[in-house]
Write a protein that binds this ligand. Structure first.
Ligand SMILES: Cc1cc2nc3c(=O)[nH]c(=O)nc-3n(C[C@H](O)[C@H](O)[C@H](O)COP(=O)(O)OP(=O)(O)OC[C@H]3O[C@@H](n4cnc5c(N)ncnc54)[C@H](O)[C@@H]3O)c2cc1C
Length: 380
């Protein structure tokens, strides 16, 4: 059903390894850990040891040196088993971006060995309680006092808050608007940085999402990434690539839901036959299957443009929009295919449906993706 087209034999081996780890370490544990709200830190350690936490970054910096299209298919494999882990890898890769792409040699030397080596887990702190979509309106303030920034404000909805080892903080060092924003990177043990109680969410209970409270937090000036005022550009560049990660999570989730639905429909008997024999269900499954393939095709098109060094902001917005809307529809339909059983926690499809919803919200809601695409069309 997955019909992979991979650029190298090595990429095939990597995907086989990922699928093996995912089957062994993720699939058997996902449902219980989600019900208990347990963050699987040791799974990330395993993925780090296997080299799966820094795949798209250059080998000379300690990354895996893989094309983005391969990294995205690794995420897809993980997402087909456990969204918390797949989304967590995507957030970690996003969180490494500022130092990889904008860091000084000194920052790269100090930060990248553990970031890309798989020991340190990252968090990306852009959103605030009063502004998510309108990120340029952020108000967390960083004042340079001597050789340190004193940072005060609240970052909201931060994935891995409290469990991450390093935090990218988008902060205001200048005037209002995008040009007054800068990027700091700081370790978990930063004096003056604390974490609120995690949010009670609809899904992804194993993935902690919480506010990061900055109360005069002390960040050395040498941990400013880029120049003062570069922060918004850094954040948006990171999100362009990150959105492809979210799209890959969505494709994997939809694929997992489709597989559950097909498996159940072949087994379940009604009116003297397997329900997969009814044309009404076959049409539904055919639509699900086609949507998954369409979403993957758009995702890979965007990834290949990125890999070729071509502009990919617009293709990434399209891929995020389509793939996450597809994940919502396909997971909802999977619940329908399973009938009453689909509405219980005995089967994973109700969890998949809850997980799909968040993908339409994070890293730019799907309305914001439409804004990006619509503005480009209007500009001509
Ligand atoms: C589980 C989870 C994990 C997250 N992880 C992170 C993280 O790690 N780091 C981080 O920085 N953030 C994170 N977020 C925050 C997420 O990126 C924001 O929730 C998202 O960007 C939307 O912002 P908001 O919630 O403030 O909604 P708002 O911006 O208030 O939007 C509310 C509604 O208005 C719509 N809207 C807003 N502006 C427009 C417009 N111009 N045109 C049309 N419609 C519009 C939105 O689409 C939405 O439907 C996470 C959120 C969740 C739920």
């Amino acid at each position: 059903m997955t019909d992979r087209m991979l650029p190298t034999p090595e990429a095939g081996d990597l995907l086989d390894l990922t699928a093996e780890i995912a089957e062994r370490e993720l699939a058997p544990r996902a449902a219980a850990a989600e019900a208990a709200g347990e963050f699987p830190r040791e799974v990330f350690a395993t993925l780090g040891r296997a080299g799966l936490l820094a795949l798209p970054y250059p080998e000379e910096l300690g990354g895996g040196g893989q094309p983005y299209e391969v990294y995205l298919q690794v995420l897809e494999e993980l997402a087909a088993r456990w969204m918390t882990v797949s989304l967590g890898v995507s957030v970690h890769v996003l969180s490494c971006f500022p130092v990889v792409a904008w860091g000084s040699d000194d920052q790269r030397d100090r930060w990248l060995p553990t970031m890309l080596g798989g020991q340190a887990l990252g968090a990306y702190c852009l959103s605030e309680p009063h502004c998510g979509s309108d990120a340029a309106a952020l108000t967390t303030r960083a004042e340079l006092v001597g050789d340190r920034y004193r940072v005060t404000g609240t970052k909201a909805w931060i994935t891995h808050a409290g469990v991450a080892d390093f935090y990218n903080l988008m902060v205001r060092t200048g005037d209002t608007g995008a040009k007054g924003i800068s990027c700091l990177v700081t370790p978990a043990a930063t004096p003056g940085m604390a974490f609120a109680t995690p949010e009670h969410k609809m899904g992804m209970m194993s993935s902690p999402t919480a506010q990061v409270i900055l109360d005069g937090a002390q960040v050395p000036a040498e941990d400013l990434v880029g120049a003062p005022g570069d922060g918004f550009r850094i954040a948006m560049q990171a999100l362009d690539a990150g959105r492809l990660g979210i799209a890959a999570c969505a494709v994997g989730l939809a694929r997992g839901a489709l597989a559950e639905a097909v498996g159940y429909a072949r087994e379940r008997q009604a009116f003297g036959q397997a329900i997969s024999g009814f044309q009404g269900l076959q049409f539904m499954l055919a639509d699900m299957d086609t949507q998954v393939h369409a979403a993957r095709a758009l995702l890979l098109e965007a990834a290949r443009l990125k890999d070729a060094g071509r502009p990919f902001t617009l293709p990434a917005a399209r891929a995020k929009l389509l793939a996450t809307d597809v994940a919502m529809r396909v997971t909802t339909d999977a619940v329908q295919v399973l009938g009453g059983a689909g509405y219980t926690t005995d089967f994973p499809v109700e969890r998949y449906m809850r997980e799909a919803k968040v993908l339409q919200i994070v890293e730019g809601t799907n309305q914001i993706q439409r804004v990006v695409i619509g503005r480009a069309l209007a500009r001509g």
